[in-house]
Each structure stands twice: as C-alpha cells, then as structure tokens.
Design a protein around this ligand. Structure first.
Ligand SMILES: [Zn+2]
Length: 257
C-alpha cells in the first residue's frame, strides 16, 4: 500500500507536470465516472496547486474545484513524458490529464472524486485526519492529544496506522519507525511515554521526507525481514499480524524490548 512518502513524491511530480502548464485534455476512462462530466466541468481550468496530506492527494483547480484521490491498496499515480510508454495498462487508467509535455495518469484509483474547495474543508473523513507526518512543521501536540484520546490498551504499532492519530504511516513505516525508536510495537499505547511516542515520529520523519524526494524508501531494518538476523544486534526479526485488520508487524525482540 502506498504510504505518505510515496504520495508526497507523487504530488511533487504531478505538481511539476501540471502547475503552470496548459491542460489540453482530461479524460475519465473508467465507466464508474462516465456520467460525472468532469472533462466538461474542468475544461479551461488550470491546476492551481497539488498537495498531499498523509495518503491523500489533492489537485486544486482554478474555479473552486478540487480532485481528491486516495490510492488505497493498489492504486498509482504515473507522470510520463508525452509519447513515453505508461507502466500500467491503459484500461486501468481512471484519470488521464494531458499537457503539451506530459500525461498524468491515476491508475486503479478506488477513491477519486471532484469536490468543491469548501467541501474538502468540511468533509468528515478529511477533517478527522491526524497531523501529517510529512508536513513541513509537524504538529507534535496535536499528535499526542489524539494518541491519548485513543484506546490505551491498543498496541502502539496498531495505533500508528490509524490515520486519525497520525496521517501518512502505513505498514512499512509502522514497523520501521518503532524499530528506529527502540519501542516494542506490541506495547500498550498507554505504557508508551510522550517522549517515546515523539521519538517514533522524529526518527521516521527525516527518512520519510528523504524518501518523498527520492521516490523510494531506504533499505528497511525490519520490514519484510522476518527470520533474518537484525542488522544491528543479530537477533532474528519477527513478524506477526496486529490489530483488527491483522496487518503484519515486523520487529526485533533484541532492539525493541
Ligand atoms: Zn536488533
């Protein structure tokens, strides 16, 4: 599943291709959007800005209209030079925006909606999102407040995945951030101190920011390394499903006591 760093990287590339360029065409090939008339509604409107919050991406057009996208498990944004071969099949494209120089394509996008700017501010799902771990200035107080309002018996690894506590962390960064801070992901959130919770975020943030620029995450310490020796202490890395959705958590029992 694409995490915050991947989405921020996509936002940077989409911004580079669309902001300041004339939009030549907008197409919504997926039948689900056939009746939405987006090409007509967006015709002649330039893209004013492109931004991300956690795993959500927003294309803000002139004229108060915003396209909201969330890739869920398998979606992807592609930015290609005109004429360059797309890396997914055209039938999987849900949105295609063309300029003189680029094709910007959202593939397999389960969440793609056109909303007014004011609705994005009052949309309950978006309003409920916690502070973005990739924001230029991270709202540490807001994160701690939300974490303390959450169930204190919930494992910290599971709580980090909840986008209402903190936006942008997925399965990779859940495991990696707990490792970097030396915190056992299975520890009850109520037994994790404020300093430890902030250490988790502060350890992951610079790596996620770097990944957002480079477009690929760093070599993992624990993610998908189950049964391999920890690169720091040689203890074997473990993996087990965690939380209501049973998402796999990876950890080093030696480093994360
Ligand atoms: Zn270790």
């Amino acid at each position: 599943m694409p995490e915050g760093d991947t989405i921020h990287h996509a936002a940077m590339r989409v911004r580079g291709a669309l902001v300041g360029s004339e939009i030549q065409s907008i197409e919504t090939p997926n039948p689900r959007h056939r009746l939405d008339r987006w090409p007509e509604r967006l015709a002649g409107h330039a893209v004013r800005s492109v931004d991300a919050h956690g795993k959500h991406l927003f294309l803000r057009f002139e004229g108060d209209l915003t396209l909201h996208s969330h890739l869920r498990m398998g979606g992807k944004w592609g930015v290609y030079r005109r004429g360059e071969r797309w890396r997914r099949a055209a039938r999987r494209a849900w949105l295609v925006i063309r300029t003189a120089d680029h094709d910007v394509v959202q593939f397999d996008g389960p969440v793609l909606e056109l909303m007014t700017e004011s609705r994005t501010r009052f949309d309950q799902r978006l309003e409920a999102l916690g502070p973005d771990i990739l924001a230029e200035t991270f709202d540490e107080a807001g994160f701690l407040r939300r974490l303390r309002e959450d169930d204190p018996t919930r494992g910290i690894g599971d709580a980090l995945l909840d986008q209402r506590n903190l936006a942008g962390i997925g399965n990779i960064w859940k495991s990696e951030s707990c490792f970097l801070a030396g915190v056992d992901p299975w520890r009850r959130t109520g037994a994790v101190s404020d300093d430890e919770a902030l250490a988790i975020v502060r350890g992951a943030r610079p790596l996620m920011q770097e990944s957002a620029v480079r477009g690929r995450p760093p070599k993992p310490w624990v993610y998908e390394r189950q049964s391999l020796p920890c690169r720091r202490c040689q203890t074997l890395i473990r993996a087990r499903g965690q939380g209501d959705e049973n998402r796999t958590t990876f950890w080093c029992p030696g480093c994360q006591a």
